[in-house]
Design a protein around this ligand. Structure first.
Ligand SMILES: C[C@H](NC(=O)[C@@H](N)CCCCN)C(=O)O
Length: 695
């Protein structure tokens, strides 16, 4: 990197450092002051995302897709190995029947294989998610993959030696890593695709590939078991998991590289704005990850919006109908196909039962087959049109319809199962990316809490189904439980839409991708007016001009023109306008800087006093210390060492950097810049950096 020219003497370095630090503290201050404005977070956060894009560029985008493929492969291995026992039910039964001692009946043992996986996962993903936020998803994926490996080795030895307890211990260890691995891979994708218009697509493709893991094990494991013995199927699954480790290690390498690039860029920005004092700023490798403390987690839980909790309820209700239904679908479908008992004497070997069984197994594959193909396709659409909350409601309605059909009609089961596939596809495509949108700060913990809740539902609902079946003697009665759960999903989905529209400004229902990569035309012009304008005239005139020219043009036209130009109101622009109008970031900047320098014992008291002080200053007509036009003009004069009235590119970039911003060299104007152009450009840069100038 080329060394930056030293800022001229007399420049307010101290102030620049203060401002930089203050801005970095906005989020902390926000919670300190008890403010919780999603949009403030978004505006600040998106500026930060722009940094990511700039640092990594096309290379970063390619890396993100590599991370997606590697993460999907880890999930593939996880789903593959998780489902080996169910694919080998009959072979395992035969194998353990030949064993020497059996403390448990095979069915109890087989049920426990799944219980020891699920029950601990009511708790484990909570800790797993926190660890992901603390140590990063890439590191934790490596650790969770190793846990899978250790667990599956124990299972394999247990199967080989026919030791039931060892198999169960292995499944417990395996389960401890499996759900948390799903959390860490999701968090990893959320981090690499945050702000990208392809988040749902990335998550959808990885889910589809992981589902393919279940399909592969269903086909491959029985084949391997028939040829080489049942334990060999487990050995193959160990080999598949083994490939997770290098893939997780490579993701870690990419993650490190990304962090280094970000840190060096932050250090360069700090050096430019602080000169010799740069050492006091962000140093490469500085971790900004949250503390692994109960207090921090509690703080996160309280900070998540109501939409997060509505998503959690939807997850429990809808996954509670999908997975437990799938567990009993075979028996339920056989019962439905035969119209009750297939064989007169309650046996299961008559021709009618065997035929119903094979039809049921084909039907059972329908929902997951639909989802394997449908999820990436729908994800592509969701990334474009948004409507996540609407889709979540739509999925709940579809699932309700499925169970009404199954409970109340004798319709061919293909129709409800196709609908079940559609409902599941819609739900899983939209649910998981939505969680990352409503809780962007601590995705690992947020995913972990939802996954734990999901496992709670998956542990309880089958017990309810079994209880209903035991008391009524038929699975059809259990349909009413699924109908109730789908109804809960509809209520939470409806509330989610209301909250999203009324409180969250359409965070879930809007197409985020288009917003994450704003067109320069609109953003530049909108910035210069201080509010959004969709005036075609303005945009047409702005086309082909540099950002400086656009700003200058906007300056001369004035905000009134923009207002009269009309146009649809965007909640983000309203938020920006609000932030700007009340100079919120400037206020936080002041407070944050003051706290950092004075380090008061009682922060609350200090802040209260500081606010009173600021209010008093304002009453006296004094200006806030945020950059005024006058400041910017002075800055220009400092860098215009030859007093030519213009700045060349290098001097210009240094001057803009001295504001604590990191200008994009590619977009910076080449030619000499007049004072007016410089002031306009600085204002533009300050907005991008989240530091609204005081105008
Ligand atoms: C995407 C979603 N994932 C989950 O439900 C996770 N809890 C992992 C499940 C692992 C299955 N062996 C899904 O699969 O729909």
């Amino acid at each position: 990197m080329a060394p930056r020219p030293e800022p001229p003497e007399g420049l307010a370095e101290h102030d620049a450092v203060r401002r930089r630090r203050g801005i970095d503290m906005v989020e902390e201050e926000r919670s300190l002051l008890g403010l919780d404005v999603v949009e403030i977070y978004d505006v600040k956060h998106d500026a930060h995302l722009d940094d990511h894009k700039d640092v990594l560029g096309a290379d970063g985008r390619r890396s993100a897709w590599i991370v997606m493929i590697l993460g999907a492969f880890q999930l593939f291995a996880c789903y593959y190995a998780s489902d080996v026992p169910s694919a080998l039910h009959d072979q395992l039964e035969a194998s353990f029947a030949n064993g020497s001692s059996h403390a448990l009946s095979f069915n109890t043992f087989f049920g426990l294989i799944y219980s020891v996986y699920s029950v601990p996962n009511i708790i484990i993903p909570l800790g797993g998610g926190m660890l992901v936020d603390r140590f990063g998803p890439a590191w934790m994926s490596l650790i969770f993959s190793s846990t899978l490996m250790a667990g599956q080795i124990l299972v394999w030895i247990g199967v080989f030696a026919r030791i039931e307890n060892l198999v169960l211990l292995g499944r417990f260890v395996y389960g401890s890593g499996a759900e948390s691995l799903c959390v860490s891979v999701s968090a990893c994708l959320a981090s690499w695709f945050h702000g990208s218009p392809h988040l749902a697509l990335a998550m959808g493709i990885s889910l589809s590939i992981s589902r393919f893991g279940s399909v592969t094990t269903n086909v491959l494991s029985p084949m391997v078991a028939r040829r080489a013995g049942v334990h060999m199927s487990f050995l193959v699954s160990i080999a598949v998991i083994g490939l997770c480790l290098p893939s997780a290690a490579y993701v870690l390498r990419l993650e490190r590289r990304r962090e280094e690039l970000q840190a060096s860029r932050a250090a360069a920005a700090a050096a430019a704005s602080a000169g010799a004092d740069a050492g006091a700023g962000t140093s490469p490798g500085t971790s900004t990850r949250p503390q692994l403390t109960i207090a921090h987690t509690w703080h996160s839980l309280r900070r998540w919006p109501a939409s997060y909790w509505l998503l959690l309820v939807s997850c429990m209700a809808i996954y509670g109908t999908i997975m437990p239904f799938n567990n009993v679908a075979s028996a339920f479908l056989i019962e439905r196909i035969c119209g009750g008992e297939c064989c007169a004497d309650g046996q299961i070997s008559c021709a009618a039962h065997v035929s119903a069984e094979s039809r049921a197994s084909v039907l059972m594959g329908v929902p997951f087959a639909i989802s394997a193909v449908g999820v990436p396709c729908l994800a592509f659409v969701v990334d474009r049109i948004g409507h996540r909350a609407s889709f979540i409601l739509c999925a709940a309605v579809t699932i309700l319809f499925v169970h009404l059909l199954l409970a109340l009609t004798a319709l061919n089961a293909v129709v409800p199962l196709v609908l079940q596939g559609i409902g599941y596809t819609i739900f899983c495509t939209t649910l998981w990316p939505s969680i990352t949108l409503v809780a962007p700060g601590d995705v690992g913990t947020a995913m972990g809490v939802v996954t734990a809740a999901q496992n709670l539902a998956l542990a309880i609902v089958p017990l309810g189904v079994a209880g209903i079946h035991a008391s009524s003697g038929t699975f059809r009665t259990a349909e009413y439980l699924f109908i109730s759960l789908a109804s809960v999903g509809i209520v939470s989905g409806t509330l989610l839409n209301i909250y999203d529209a009324r409180v969250a400004h359409g965070l879930l229902n809007q197409a985020r991708g288009s917003r994450a990569e704003p067109t320069l035309d609109k953003e530049d012009v909108a910035y210069c007016f201080g509010r959004k304008t969709e005036s075609r005239d303005m945009l047409r005139q702005a086309k082909g001009r540099t950002p400086v020219q656009r700003c200058t043009m906007a300056e001369t036209k004035g905000p009134e023109d923009a207002q009269s130009a009309g146009g649809r109101k965007d909640p983000r622009d309203e938020a920006r306008a609000y932030l700007k109008k009340h100079n919120i970031l400037g206020l936080f900047n002041e407070l944050g800087s003051a706290v950092v320098f004075e380090r008061p014992e009682n922060v609350h008291e200090f802040l209260a006093a500081k606010l009173q002080d600021l209010a008093a200053k304002r009453k006296d007509g004094a200006q806030s210390s945020i950059f005024t036009d006058q400041d910017l003009e002075t800055l220009f004069e400092m860098y215009d060492t030859g007093k030519s009235g213009t700045l060349g590119k290098d001097a210009f970039l240094s001057a803009v950097s001295a504001l604590g911003t990191t200008p994009d060299k590619r977009k910076a104007p080449e030619g000499p810049l007049s004072k007016a152009e410089f002031v306009a450009y600085c204002k533009h840069e300050l907005l991008i950096a989240g530091k609204d100038p005081c105008m």
